[in-house]
Design a protein around this ligand. Structure first.
Ligand code: KIV
Length: 271
């Protein structure tokens, strides 16, 4: 007799319950089917199809060039790989900052064509009407404050944000506005730990930190970074759980050696 294990999907309600119960949320980025499958099996709660795909998958310096079509392609591959995790997908630069109708159209396309469960949008009060239009259509939205990489040309650097009081105060009021409008979570990127803790304690929705310290309700990392696949990227907040780049170089060099010496394939590896 075969027993099919029933896997319960993580939903936005699960994420909200985790905050209420004091359970931390684990989130990693994913851009492809095989990685999504492994991360899902490992029990990661949320797979973020981040527009960081522009950097670590496609090799661009910023996240600006990635398109809605690219993101739909990545998200649908991730969605096919994950049975349990919530699939959260970034709307890319230029696809939601115009009118609420523009934002709504992008959101609907992503939901129809990718298998996403929720969307992430960067920004605060400036895009509140656009977020509301999406949430009103029944699409869960996660906010993103602090270092919002789609605004890199405004910031000029990838340094820590909200270190000055005025920017910290704006971040606090943006976070409350996002909660008020109905966001189910907020990513806080590269801000002082003390500020992230204060914001997290002021909200009933969870904050997910990246470079924002231990006071957040969950953590997210770019999977290529935490696996050591991005060789030279070593910011202070990053903990590497593997040295994947070095492992790949070693394996590929051994393969090349075996091919050239005639050691691969051997008799058991042929038909
Ligand atoms: O695109 C991304 O990977 C992100 C995370 C850094 C939060 O937005």
């Amino acid at each position: 007799m075969s027993v099919n294990k029933i896997i319960k999907r993580v939903t936005t309600n699960t994420i909200l319950d985790m905050k209420a119960n004091g359970d931390k949320v684990s989130m990693l980025t994913a851009y492809d089917y095989s990685t999504a499958r492994a991360l899902d099996e490992a029990g990661i709660d949320v797979l973020l199809v981040g527009d960081s795909a522009a950097n670590v998958f496609a090799g661009y310096e910023t996240t600006l060039p990635i398109t809605l079509d690219h993101m739909i392609y990545h998200a649908s591959a991730v969605a096919r790989g994950a049975k349990r995790a919530l699939i959260l997908v970034d709307l890319p630069f230029g696809e939601y900052q115009g009118t609420p109708e523009d934002a709504f159209k992008s959101a609907v396309r992503m939901m129809k064509e990718s298998g996403a469960h929720a969307l992430k949008l960067e920004g605060g009060v400036e895009i509140l009407d656009n977020i509301k239009k999406i949430i009103d259509a029944g699409i869960p939205v996660c906010g993103h404050l602090g270092l919002t990489p789609q605004s890199i040309n405004k910031f000029g650097t990838f340094g820590v944000r909200a270190q000055e009081e005025a920017e910290a105060e704006k971040l606090k009021s943006d976070a409350l506005a996002l909660q008020e409008i109905g966001c189910f979570a907020i990513v806080l990127e590269k801000i002082p730990a003390k500020l992230a803790k204060e914001v997290s304690e002021s909200l009933s929705i969870p904050t997910i930190g990246i470079g924002a310290g231990n006071g957040c309700d969950g953590q997210v990392l770019v999977v290529n970074d935490m696996l050591g696949f991005t060789k030279d990227f070593k910011p202070k907040f990053l903990r590497r759980y593997m040295e994947m780049y070095d492992g790949i170089v070693e394996a590929a060099a051994k393969y090349a050696e075996d091919v050239k010496s005639g050691n691969y394939p051997n008799e058991s590896e042929q038909y």
